[in-house]
Design a binder for this molecule. Structure first.
Ligand code: GLA
Length: 384
């Protein structure tokens, strides 16, 4: 049974009638452009067919009641006065808080939430849940849906309510994703350009099975180092620095901020190059950009991990693999590979075997399709 049907079935069991609406919000994988979003640079993510689904009905009051299939747990709060707590309920609470702050009058809803986005793997399980929560609240409260404004609102909810200092990439791609395409995003003005995957290729996500608690503090440290580098170079953000500028300005930088800046500046160039390669259908060039991105994240930005490096090496050695790199914040979680379509089944089997032999972890391998961003289906039963 699909997850969509599963949340509907569970809704009927819980509430004794069909849901009046459904929400679908995708997770995401970033093809290239890592740790560039908070430097106002370029990113090239795609929304994926691992998704959060909510089946719901509006309530006559301002309460939200959600049952999570993943946690087998229910929670309830008042959208006009959410109180900070802990756990998965903080995502919808944070969204209600941010929407109220923006002056929206909110209605309550109740329903069932399920998700096929692996938790904590760097595939934006949290952004997909915040977007889904925002879409549900907007839907039951008759608030018109502005995909970019709502993505920014969800980022604010994560930053302020949950205390996670993430950039705009994750909520934005979960909101504006395109069926069958990745999206080049300029994180300075949030302009978006859909770009197709090269013909006869596919994206394979390679979950190392490792999760690192360190992500939060190391992520903030990288952000600070980038800001420090920008200040020393006399610019507002590293986006304003070209390769040549960096060479000229490098005397003003200490070794660590210089390495961080070198990654960000180079990654912006590689991301634009990757988008051009995709437009031209040049899979090999895209693969090379991905390989160079990994090297830079490993050596200059220092956010890879032993398992991510092992996974990337295992993938690159296999026939049909055009490029591979870590994806997301780093330190654990997932790598991704660009693979010739015909080679994907054998690739998946062999990469899992090789990685298991080379590490002590059991990998998860996901072949992914690019999906559209968050969707609201007011007529639940007829939506497909
Ligand atoms: C996490 C953050 C994003 C981005 C990536 C690194 O996923 O949530 O905003 O900074 O790390 O590219």
């Amino acid at each position: 049974m699909s997850l969509r049907d599963h949340v509907i079935t569970r809704f009927v069991e819980h509430h004794g009638e069909s849901p009046s609406a459904l929400v679908r919000a995708p997770g995401r994988v970033n093809l290239i452009g890592e740790h560039t979003d908070y430097n106002e640079g370029f990113v090239l993510p795609m929304a994926i067919d691992r998704e959060c689904w909510i089946a719901l009905r509006p309530r006559n009051d301002t309460r939200v009641r959600i049952h999570s299939l993943l946690h087998d747990e229910s929670m309830e709060f008042d959208v006009t006065a959410p109180e900070p707590g802990s756990g998965w309920a903080e995502y919808p609470k944070g969204v209600a808080w941010a929407m109220t702050e923006d002056g929206h009058a909110l209605n309550g809803w109740e329903g069932i939430v399920g998700s096929s986005v692996p938790l904590g793997a760097g595939l934006s399980s949290s952004a997909s849940f915040t977007l889904a929560s925002a879409r549900a609240l907007a839907g039951v409260s008759d608030i018109s849906w502005d995909p970019v404004a709502m993505a920014k609102l969800c980022q604010r909810a994560e930053n302020h309510w949950l205390g996670v200092h993430c950039g705009v990439m994750d909520p934005l791609i979960c909101s504006v994703g395109r069926e069958g395409q990745a999206v080049l995003i300029d994180c300075r003005n949030l302009d978006q350009r859909p770009v197709p995957l090269p013909p006869d290729t596919g994206i394979v996500i390679l979950d190392t099975g490792t999760r690192r608690g360190l992500v939060g503090s190391a992520y903030n440290e990288r952000r600070n180092q980038c800001e420090q580098a920008a200040r020393a170079l006399g610019v507002e953000s590293l986006r304003d620095i070209s390769d040549e500028d960096l060479e000229k300005g490098s005397i003003h930088l200490e070794a660590v901020p210089l390495r961080r800046a070198r990654h960000v500046v180079g990654e912006n160039t590689r991301t634009l190059e990757a988008a051009r390669a995709m437009q031209a259908g040049d899979a090999e060039r895209l693969g090379s950009c991905m390989n160079a991105s990994h090297q830079s994240l490993r050596d200059d930005f220092e956010v890879s991990s032993h398992e991510l490096d092992v996974m990337v090496e295992c993938a690159r050695g296999l026939s049909g693999c055009l490029g591979a790199r870590m994806t997301g914040a780093g330190f654990g979680g997932c790598a991704l590979a660009l693979v010739e379509a015909a080679a994907i089944p054998a690739f998946c089997e062999e990469v899992a075997q090789r990685y298991t032999q080379a590490s002590n972890f059991q990998p998860q391998v996901h072949v992914c399709r690019a999906r559209a961003g968050v969707e609201w289906f007011p007529d639940a039963v007829s939506s497909r």
